[in-house]
Each structure stands twice: as C-alpha cells, then as structure tokens.
Ligand binder design. Structure first.
Ligand code: ATR
Length: 277
C-alpha cells in the first residue's frame, strides 16, 4: 500500500506541491502519494486528528494554518519554535512533529543561485510579515552577521529584531531610509506581497541606489519577474525569483519524510511548467 502525504490549507487547489512531490515519488520509485486537503480554519483540530487516524505520514501546512497548527502537534522542532510557524509535519512513530523549511529553503536556494558562504554579506530584508521572519531567523542561523529589516510599519520590523534568539547586528528602517541606504547592501530580499496579481507592476521601494554587483531576491514566483526584479536587473544586479524557495522548502520536507534527496532541478521544471514557462 502507498504511504500517504499531503498539504493542508484553505484554499489549497493553487498549490504546486502535489505536482512537485508526486513526480519525485514516481521518478524515485517510492510507493507514496501526496494529496491536497482543503481544511477550513474552524475544522483544523478535527482535521489534524483525522490525518493521524488515517495514517498520514507527513504533510505540508499552508495559509491560513501555519501558526494555528502549532498547539495541535505533539512536538515542535527548535527552529520552527523560534520562527513561530510550521510548514512541514513529520510523523515519528505516533507523534506529529512540526518543522519550518520555508526559511532554510530560501537560504538553500540563495546558496545555490549565488554563493555558499553568506556570513559577511550585509543584507536587507524588505517586509516584516511571517515570511520575512522565517527568512531573517534562517539567515541568522546560517551565520549571516548583518541584516537590516525595513517595513512600511516599522514597529513590526523592530518586533522581529527584538524577538530574535540569535546574535545579530540589525536595524529596523523605514522604506524611505532603506531606499537611501540601498548602496550599502550586497543582498536585498523582497518579502512583501507587492508585485503580485493586484499590485503587479509596483515595487515596495526604489532600487535607484543599488550597487551593480548586488544579489536581489524576490520571494514572489508568480509573476516570475516582478517590477522589483526588473529594476534590479537594470541596475546590473543578479536576480532570483521565488521558485527556488518554493522548490527547496519542498526538497527539505521530502528529505525529512523519506530520508532521500529529490531532484531539485526536476521539481523546478514542474513548477515552471505549471506557471506557464
Ligand atoms: P506573509 O506572512 O506572507 O509574509 P504578511 O504577514 O501579510 O504576509 O506580511 C505582508 C508584508 O507585506 C508586510 O511587511 C506588509 O507591510 P505592513 O507590515 O506595513 O503591513 C507588506 N505590505 C503589504 N502591502 C503593502 C503596501 N501596500 N506597501 C508596503 N508594504 C506592504
């Protein structure tokens, strides 16, 4: 009998994780199947109970359950605890253990597309939501020493920095201040929703002062090239969209479930194919 994996969220039909994981199960000859489960907010406790009873071996968690799922699990790994959100659950014996592979997925994609040793790169994160926090903590845990956070609501950037369990030299900046200081960063990461569907063509900040050799990442993957990334490319920066983060959070989850490293390149191809190239 095939082992059962999946993703819970609401909505969940837009997720490309079933395609990524089912392709790898098939190519690697693993007898398993990954199914999207739409679970409404109010049904989350019984939904998790149901996953356990029917023998689900592991699952991803997406919007709106990443925080609410925590008290419903048996154990939470330390990084997920620090981030305060879970995107991957692993069944260990009869326990559901929560992890967070979003931030480390971002870091891994960055290391593959740019460079392995990130420690001395001065970085700027734009935005201070859940994704920004996961990326901030994961970059710090990967040894990056200097990371500033800028946000429309500066208090939220301050809160993330204050709650960090890692040693760091970090400042909270307004968007205007970050624009002026843009030339000081070799790594710039865009984590806000600006540039997606309803705000397509818009950017949260101007990159006028960006240095030509900088590396600029936008975690949005649809559209594949946001106005922000286009401006970065015009300034001579190397750029990366959110496909890598999406793929590598999936790679890390797959490894936790099966102990096998899937083919990240093949997973990226599936994602791109479903995005229309
Ligand atoms: P996620 O958990 O996916 O990161 P989120 O918690 O809703 O999403 O965070 C969204 C981010 O986009 C925040 O940094 C938000 O800024 P505020 O904290 O000031 O709300 C940012 N954002 C959304 N719309 C924006 C806008 N029109 N201009 C600037 N920043 C915006």
């Amino acid at each position: 009998m095939k082992k059962l994996y999946g993703i819970i969220g609401d909505p969940v039909s837009q997720s490309l994780s079933p395609q990524m994981h089912n392709q790898e199960f098939e190519k690697l000859g693993i007898a398993a199947y990954y199914h999207p489960f739409r679970i409404a907010k109010k049904d989350l406790p019984s939904g998790i109970e149901g996953m356990k009873v029917i023998g689900v071996q592991g699952f991803n968690v997406t919007v709106p359950h990443k925080v609410a799922v925590i008290p419903l699990l048996d154990e939470i790994d330390p990084l997920a605890q620090k981030i305060g959100a879970v995107n991957t659950v692993v069944r260990q014996d009869d326990k559901f253990v929560g992890h967070n592979t979003d931030g480390l997925g971002f870091v891994r994609a960055l290391q593959m597309d740019w460079k392995e040793d990130l420690a001395d790169e001065p970085a700027l994160i734009i935005g201070a939501g859940g994704a920004a926090q996961a990326i901030y903590f994961s970059l710090l845990s990967a040894g990056v020493k200097h990371i500033d956070i800028c946000n429309r609501t500066i208090e939220k950037a301050k809160k993330i920095i204050k709650s960090s369990p890692y040693e760091a030299s970090s400042r909270a900046l307004t968007l205007e201040a970050a624009e002026k200081e843009m030339g000081n960063y070799s790594l710039v990461i865009q984590t806000t929703s600006i540039g997606m569907a309803s705000t397509e063509g818009k950017s949260p900040v101007s990159l006028d002062k960006l240095t030509a050799g900088a590396f600029v990442s936008d975690i949005i993957y649809n559209p594949g090239r946001t106005a922000f990334l286009k401006q970065a490319a015009r300034k001579g920066a190397k750029t990366q969209n959110g496909v890598g983060m999406l793929v590598h959070q999936g790679v890390l989850a797959f490894e936790k479930w099966t102990g096998i490293t899937p083919d990240a390149g093949r997973m990226a191809e599936v994602v791109k194919a479903h995005m229309g190239g």
